[in-house]
Design a protein around this ligand. Structure first.
Ligand code: SF4
Length: 332
């Protein structure tokens, strides 16, 4: 809930907005899991709330820790939907990678979540709970919407979750530290650009439409070229970042031709490129590009005026890396 949602219930009972704000702050920031334990609101109001609501905070049902301290959590919500969350501590930066759907209907063949199929949308509450129910919730500095599901396919709940993340009455995390990733579902992207200040990442993986269409079926309906054009022309506020995710696969998308096309696509734009190693899934003969090749891409993009970085692999031993979520669910 956002304050207006709660106020619809509280207003007619004679309680003002400050009561709604106190209640939400207690749940989102102080992580109080039971309404009876919320302080600073009238007892009569607590009783009324308890009759109709729960805080929605529930614990993960399983977890697994990587050798690099990445932790993967499995959640099961009240509808029986299962989904995974990854906690990535990296010195002072503590990132949570949240899921927005149980499974996904985008069908990208390289992704285990895609193979798991679509089971259902998560609510904004399910998304926020993936952060506030974690043992390290108070330390979380960054949130990325890169777990299971396509965020733009569940845009209203994602927008509500973003609002709760950035608001003073919510988690008060800077919108600079929140990134939503998409394979490029245009209607959702347009809503996101209008109604949120958070960062946007487009999963590109190939600058050539025919090849991209083989790994990202959404390309056929919403070509990446159109989305990049929108990102290029959208007035970028100082703090907001647009980026491209490019998973590098040996002899598939790491040729000089790919590099030149990537440069052409992104020339004269503030869009950054994140180069990622490829994580193999069972039965897949493809391999990640070498670090040397990734460094070459990074160098060439940078000297062409395109900001580029290489993202290190995290949590691969527990199947928590990009594209590997749902491996634990798949075994069930
Ligand atoms: S890569 Fe993203 S959009 Fe594609 S199937 Fe996996 S979770 Fe869905």
């Amino acid at each position: 809930m956002v304050p207006d949602d709660l106020q619809i219930f509280l207003g007619p009972l004679g309680y003002d907005r400050s009561h709604a704000l106190k209640t939400l702050l207690a749940i989102y920031r102080k992580k109080i899991s039971h309404i009876s334990l919320i302080q600073g609101i009238p007892k009569a109001m607590k009783n009324l709330l308890q009759a109709d609501f729960i805080t929605g905070i529930y614990a993960p049902c399983a977890s697994e820790k990587s050798v690099d301290d990445t932790v993967k959590y499995l959640f099961r919500n009240d509808k029986g939907l299962e989904f995974e969350t990854v906690y990535l501590p990296d010195n002072k930066r503590k990132t949570v990678c949240v899921s927005t759907q149980a499974g996904c209907r985008m069908g990208c063949p390289f992704c285990l979540t895609g193979r798991y199929g679509f089971k259902g949308n998560l609510s904004a509450g399910d998304i926020i709970n993936q952060i506030i129910s974690l043992p390290h919730a108070d330390e979380v500095s960054h949130v990325v919407f890169m777990g299971m599901g396509e965020p733009m396919d569940n845009i209203e709940e994602v927008l509500k979750a973003c609002k709760i993340l950035v608001s003073d009455w919510g988690l008060a995390i800077s919108s600079r530290n929140i990134t939503v990733s998409t394979v490029g579902i245009l209607p959702g992207i347009m809503e996101f650009l209008k109604r949120s200040d958070c960062n946007l990442t487009l999963s590109l993986h190939s600058p050539f439409p025919d090849q991209r269409g083989l790994v990202i079926p959404a390309e056929k309906k919403y070509p990446a070229q159109n989305i990049v054009d929108i990102m290029k022309s959208y007035p970028l506020m100082k703090k907001r970042r647009f980026s491209i995710a490019y998973v590098m696969i040996m002899d598939i998308n790491d040729s000089d031709l790919h590099l030149e096309a990537l440069k052409k696509l992104l020339r004269d734009s503030p869009i950054r490129v994140n180069l990622l190693p490829y994580h193999r899934i069972k039965g897949d003969p493809s391999r990640s590009s070498t670090l040397e090749r990734m460094l070459f891409f990074k160098h060439e993009l940078t000297i062409s005026g395109i900001s580029a970085s290489i993202r290190k692999s995290r949590g691969e031993d527990i199947s928590a890396a990009c594209g590997l979520l749902a491996s634990g669910l798949g075994k069930k």
